[in-house]
Ligand binder design. Structure first.
Ligand code: SF4
Length: 77
């Protein structure tokens, strides 16, 4: 799986780092570091993190590629 974080939108709330610590880590108060291609074992944690992000900054893509429209639809929590 692949993911993108819109760092312009990210406000450093750290919900993602709390829910998926193997994929997202905070450096300092606001700098987010993340693994853009986490192992599939992280899938559930990453999806939880994406849903929990208060500003919807995390977009998750499957490597087999959902069409753009579907990807947007799954983003609306
Ligand atoms: S939960 Fe969202 S806003 Fe908070 S650090 Fe993660 S990506 Fe940024």
């Amino acid at each position: 799986m692949r993911l993108v974080v819109d760092l312009n939108r990210c406000q450093g709330y750290a919900q993602c780092a709390f829910l998926a610590p193997d994929t997202f880590t905070m450096h300092g108060e606001e700098a987010l570091m993340y693994d853009p291609e986490p192992d599939d074992a992280q899938r559930l944690d990453v999806l939880r993190a994406a849903h929990a992000c208060p500003v919807q900054a995390i977009t998750v893509e499957d490597l087999d590629g959902a069409p753009d429209g579907e990807r947007e639809a799954t983003h609306v929590a």
